[in-house]
Each structure stands twice: as structure tokens, then as C-alpha cells.
Design a protein around this ligand. Structure first.
Ligand SMILES: [Zn+2]
Ligand SMILES: [Zn+2]
Length: 93
């Protein structure tokens, strides 16, 4: 069990208690008041996992270096198709 770090609610002294003391009343070593050790880790909430951000925005065409908008797979400047990895057309009208 990890140590519990918390501040004394009475004197605000920073304290550390072994994990077994969670939810138990102890005497604050600083102010000698009875205080309750908080349960384990109310602080760290797991952030919802974001989908892995791919370097999609600000894509560059590997062929002509032109900027491609997000989600665009076909460069309209040179006709390079990013998914196919080759030019599929060279003549845009
Ligand atoms: Zn205290
Ligand atoms: Zn291009």
C-alpha cells in the first residue's frame, strides 16, 4: 500500500501516513489534534484516454510538399494519394 500524503485539516501541516492508516483517526504530530487520514488517492483521477492523436492535421504531401487538410488523403496539387502511396492522377482540370 502506498503512503498517503495529505494536509492536516487543523494546522495544514503536510503529513504522510502509511497506507494502512487510511480512514483511521490519528493524532497530528504537529498540532496533536485527532485527524482522519483520508482514503487512498482521491486526487488522481484517471483521465479518459484520448484516442491516439495522429499527426493528421497539417499533413504534408510527401510528393510535392503541399499542405493537406485534416483527413485529406489526396493531394489536389499533384494528385498524390497518401493511402495508396502514389499518384493516381496528374491532370486536374
Ligand atoms: Zn495538525
Ligand atoms: Zn502533392
Amino acid at each position: 500500500m502506498p503512503d498517503i500524503r495529505f494536509n492536516c485539516p487543523m494546522c495544514n501541516q503536510q503529513l504522510e501516513a502509511p497506507g494502512e492508516y487510511a480512514d483511521q483517526v490519528i493524532e497530528c504530530p504537529a498540532c496533536q489534534k485527532p485527524i482522519t487520514v483520508p482514503g487512498v488517492e482521491p486526487v488522481e483521477q484517471a483521465e479518459p484516454l484520448k484516442p491516439a492523436e495522429q499527426a493528421v492535421s497539417g499533413n504534408k504531401c510527401p510528393e510535392c510538399g503541399g499542405t493537406l487538410e485534416e483527413g485529406v488523403v489526396l493531394c489536389i496539387k499533384c494528385g498524390f494519394h497518401l493511402k495508396l502511396g502514389k499518384k493516381i492522377a496528374t491532370d486536374f482540370k
